[in-house]
Design a protein around this ligand. Structure first.
Ligand SMILES: [Zn+2]
Length: 525
């Protein structure tokens, strides 16, 4: 057998350098900011906190391609933060109850977080839950089209939902406040990472049709449906932490479903019930940080539902949220006996440059004619809206033909969060989970920016189509974008070495003494 193992030096060689150079050796033994399994940090601390970022009644309501307003209050929208610290390189995960968050707000929130906690920006993941009942964080940002023509400015600012400066500041400050509070609240902790399952509550919304292509939401009971055009992911990812006294500090939950149940008014959508259910089982002090999985094509609506029941509103929010929360709580309580420090911590971030699709000049010209037509032209409102979107895309292409796309990996022991800023299709999330090398993978969508829908290549191909593949100022990356992002995320995960999965301590050996009440044959008389 060949061996290249180095033998231990003789005792005299071994001791001498240590005796002579103790001061030089000490720094090498201290933890370094560089992450990696070999550093074997000695501590594991966790902190959780949340901040209210509810918008006001009357604020603009993003979620569609036209103007809308928030008309009532239902439940709080929050910035929810988890900080994990190995004594050398902390990482932060933020779940934000918002439709989306754009890059300028992520940059500013990270800047404030670094200033207040020292955590570098690339070690902070800020992910939107995609609640469609949240505040005006987009679609368009104030000032985004200031250098464009008067027509473009009117289409962008008067005909599309625009982020509100005061609300954007509230969100940025809320995120920074929550992370700083979570950082300040760090205590020695034990944690687990794993999965539960919530089945029958989330459905793919895209279907192969008899026509030969794919439709989004073809309508409940549509007889032309052949079958779903993509998968679902019923796994509920959980990463929960407890303090030394056994109190739940918080949990990060990961689930792939659009937050479109639409309770009446401002709301975190079904996340409200995820939080209620987990707190019911693990205690009111447990902070619930929700991260949306790759849910670009997944919804609570069952287009093949044979029964008549509410698929929207409070009832639907509770049905979905309680199912996800119960699956999370069940998994956490089952895993709790194995809770231990989850190490190592690590983070990677990379910015891809992905081109946008370019509509033909003829198509842009037709769209321009349509949006400029007066009311007497009686243009179909949907047709007008998508024409408006095409004209705005043309303006966006003048400014930014290539989209910067941040992909990020944050490792907590045997678990990894893999994020992109897209409404990314669930089949990529499933692929990331299957690819490894981590035993627990949390795919996170709409993180650190928003680049709209990124469908699979199949959805962009001849059998594809539907809503998510429409060309708009919001969704417009080239058809290969999905593959590029997936491969980049796999590459980031492959750079990291998963930590061990903690196992519960083995039961003590048999003590030689059965229970004295239970060691008898049946007493028959
Ligand atoms: Zn969406």
């Amino acid at each position: 057998m060949l061996t290249t193992r180095r033998s231990r030096p003789a005792a005299s060689e071994w001791i001498a350098p240590i005796a002579i150079l103790p001061l030089l050796l000490i720094p090498a033994l201290a933890p370094t900011p560089a992450d990696g399994a070999d550093d074997a940090p000695a501590t594991f601390r966790a902190g959780f906190a949340e901040a209210d970022v509810s918008p006001k009644v009357g604020d603009e309501a993003p979620g569609g391609y036209g103007k809308a307003r928030l008309t009532a209050f239902h439940d709080a929208c929050k910035a929810r933060a988890a900080v994990f610290d190995d004594g050398a390189g902390p990482v932060a995960i933020v779940g934000l109850d918002a439709l989306l968050i754009r890059k300028p707000q992520v940059i500013e929130a990270r800047r404030r977080i670094t200033a207040r906690t020292g955590i570098p920006g690339e070690r902070v993941m800020i992910a939107a839950s995609h609640t469609h009942a949240g505040g005006p964080t987009g679609m368009i940002l104030p000032g985004e089209f200031d250098s464009a023509s008067e027509l473009i400015r009117e289409l962008a600012y008067e005909k599309t939902v625009v982020g509100a400066p005061d609300y954007l500041e509230k969100v940025v400050e809320g995120i920074a406040t929550a992370v700083a509070a979570a950082h300040a609240a760090r205590v020695d902790a034990k944690a687990v990472a794993g999965q539960g399952k919530a089945e029958g509550v989330a459905f793919n919304r895209r279907f192969r049709m008899r026509s030969g292509f794919t439709m989004t939401h073809p309508g409940v009971g549509n007889p032309d449906i052949l079958g779903p055009a993509g998968g679902i992911d019923p796994q509920v990812g959980v990463l929960g932490a407890w303090n030394a006294a056994g109190d739940c500090l918080g949990v990060v939950v990961n689930f792939a479903c659009h937050a479109t149940t639409g309770p009446p008014g401002i709301s975190a959508d079904y996340v409200e019930h995820v939080e209620r259910t987990i707190r019911g089982a693990l205690g009111d002090g447990c902070v619930v940080v929700f991260t949306a999985g790759m849910a670009g094509d997944v919804t609570q609506v069952n287009n093949r539902n044979p029964h008549a029941y509410a698929q929207f509103g409070n009832v639907a929010a509770r049905r979905l949220g309680a199912a996800v929360g119960a699956a999370a709580a069940t998994a956490l309580l089952a895993l709790e006996p194995s809770a231990a420090p989850l190490l190592p911590l690590a983070a990677r971030s990379q910015t891809l440059e992905i081109p946008r699709r370019v509509p033909s000049p003829q198509r842009v010209a037709r769209a321009l004619t349509l949006v400029q037509a007066g009311p007497e032209a009686k243009v179909d409102p949907t047709e007008w809206t998508f024409a408006k979107e095409l004209v705005l895309l043309d303006a966006r292409l003048q400014q930014e033909p290539i989209a910067p796309v941040e992909v990020q990996a944050i490792q907590v022991g045997p678990a990894v969060f893999l994020s992109c800023p897209a409404e990314y299709f669930v089949d990529y999330g499933l692929e990331l989970k299957a690819a490894g090398p981590f035993p627990v993978t949390f795919p996170v969508s709409l993180a650190n920016d928003c680049i709209g829908y990124v469908p699979t290549e199949d959805a962009m191909g001849p059998r594809g189509g539907g809503y998510e593949t429409r060309l708009t100022s919001y969704s417009n990356l080239v058809p290969t974008a999905g593959r590029t992002i997936c491969d980049a995320l796999k590459g980031l995960a492959a750079e990291l070495t998963p930590g061990p999965v903690p196992l519960p301590a083995p039961a003590p050996p048999f003590q030689g003494q059965p229970w004295s009440y239970g060691n008898l044959p049946p007493e028959l008389d």
